[in-house]
Structure formats: structure tokens, C-alpha cells
Design a binder for this molecule. Structure first.
Ligand SMILES: C[S@@+](CC[C@H](N)C(=O)[O-])C[C@H]1O[C@@H](n2cnc3c(N)ncnc32)[C@H](O)[C@@H]1O
Length: 222
């Protein structure tokens, strides 16, 4: 009989739970590159909305200087980068930890000199950016790493740089995604080097996420 068990990029078998999520073997059961690569290899990318979220589009449209350096961590299919390129941005970096995702990106952007595609761990990445875009990356990491996320963002932001994007304003039974609320996020940001400039429920969500997302902007406290 034909074996229909999805095979991952790194040769692991992957079984599905009742929600269609890829269950990885116990020793792999942490949110590392192998976990994410399994999700990608099994086509379990339910987080991908397929286009740039309206709130992000509005924000990008409002930025006049298209030469600003932009980083999109945990970028997945990087629809935000496609949109930024389409409106003239010239200095975009996208990073994802999953080799399968990065292969797709490298092909998609093969003729684009204005975008750099990096396979790697956000927490190890070095650089200095004017704009950093958050789109379902914060909710994908272990909540224990939220302080490190903020500290790393502070290091990656230029003095006048802005981190902005969408955060869930709801809980999930089991993550990822890991949700939360403004009252939970604001103190973590403030304690770990970021000043929150705004963080409010947005009307710029996709219909499926309407009323359950916060649009925020933050800058380094330094
Ligand atoms: C929930 S998905 C979101 C993807 C994309 N931002 C979107 O909204 O479609 C999270 C992504 O982050 C990547 N990822 C997880 N941990 C990472 C890390 N430490 N560094 C870089 N990428 C990471 C995963 O491979 C995955 O593609």
C-alpha cells in the first residue's frame, strides 16, 4: 500500500493531530527549526493569510522613504515583502528558520535584488533596521522567549527605528499560536527595552481575525 504519511524535508515522518497540525516525534517536540520545517514540509501553514494584512498595508503606504531598511522575522511566505517591493521599497531582509520555507522564498524572489532572504534563527540574527515587521511571529515563539524577543528587537532597531505589526488579542487553547492581551504584552515590552507607542484593536484585520488583533508600534528605549 502506498505510504501517505507526510515526509519532512529532513526525512522525518509526520502524523497529523485532530486539528491537522503536524505532530513531530517527542525528541523534536520543541519549537525549533525541525518543528517548523515539519510544518512546512507537511503543508501545515494554516497561519498564512495569503496576502498582506490591511493594517500592515496601510502602515507601509504611510512610509514615504522607500530606502529604509526593513526586516521581517519569521517571515513565512513573506507577503508583506512582496507588497513592500511592489510599492518601491529597496532594502528588505526576510528571515525564517525553516529550510523548506526559505527554499520557496529564494525561488520566489530570485529576480529581486532589493530583498535578502536569510535562513536562520531570529534570535541569532545581527543587523540594524529602520523598520521591523511583526506578523504572526511573536505568537509562534515559546511565550517564555517573549522577553528575549523584545531584547533582540531592541538590539536590531536603529535609534529611530520602529517595530510594528499585529499581535493577537485573544487566547488559544494550545499553541502555537500563543495569544495574549495588551495588558500582558505592554509590561513585557516595557521591561525589556521597548517603548510601546501604540497598541490598539485594529479594524485592519482580515475578516477571520476581525476584533482579535492589536496593531502596535514600538521603539527602542535607548
Ligand atoms: C506562524 S508562522 C508565520 C509566518 C508568516 N509571518 C505569516 O504570517 O504567514 C511562524 C514562522 O516563523 C518561523 N520561525 C519560527 N521560529 C523562528 C525563529 N526563531 N527564527 C526565524 N524564524 C522562525 C517559522 O518557520 C514560520 O515560518
Amino acid at each position: 500500500m502506498k505510504d501517505l504519511t507526510p515526509k519532512t524535508d529532513i526525512g522525518l515522518s509526520c502524523t497529523m493531530d485532530e486539528n491537522g497540525c503536524c505532530i513531530v516525534p517527542d525528541q523534536q517536540n520543541q519549537l525549533d527549526w525541525a518543528y517548523w520545517d515539519n510544518q512546512w514540509a507537511a503543508g501545515q501553514t494554516g497561519w498564512d493569510i495569503g496576502y498582506v494584512a490591511p493594517a500592515l498595508k496601510d502602515w507601509f503606504d504611510s512610509i514615504e522613504d522607500k530606502s529604509l531598511s526593513v526586516l521581517i522575522p519569521g517571515c513565512g511566505n513573506a507577503h508583506e515583502a512582496e507588497y513592500l517591493l511592489s510599492i518601491g521599497f529597496t532594502n528588505i531582509t526576510v528571515i525564517d528558520i525553516a529550510p523548506v520555507a526559505v527554499r520557496i522564498l529564494k525561488e520566489k524572489f530570485s529576480n529581486q535584488p532589493n530583498i535578502q532572504v536569510i535562513q536562520g534563527d531570529f534570535f541569532e540574527h545581527e543587523g540594524a533596521y529602520d523598520v521591523i515587521v511583526e506578523q504572526t511571529f511573536f505568537c509562534a515563539i515559546d511565550p517564555l522567549l517573549r522577553a528575549s524577543y523584545c531584547e533582540k528587537m531592541q538590539k536590531l532597531l536603529k535609534p529611530n527605528g520602529v517595530l510594528g505589526g499585529l499581535l493577537f488579542d485573544r487566547k488559544f487553547e494550545q499553541g502555537p499560536p500563543f495569544g495574549g492581551c495588551k495588558c500582558e504584552y505592554t509590561p513585557i515590552f516595557h521591561k525589556n527595552g521597548l517603548e510601546v507607542l501604540e497598541m490598539d484593536i485594529t479594524g485592519g484585520s482580515i475578516p477571520e481575525r476581525q476584533g482579535s488583533e492589536l496593531f502596535f508600534k514600538a521603539k527602542s528605549k535607548n
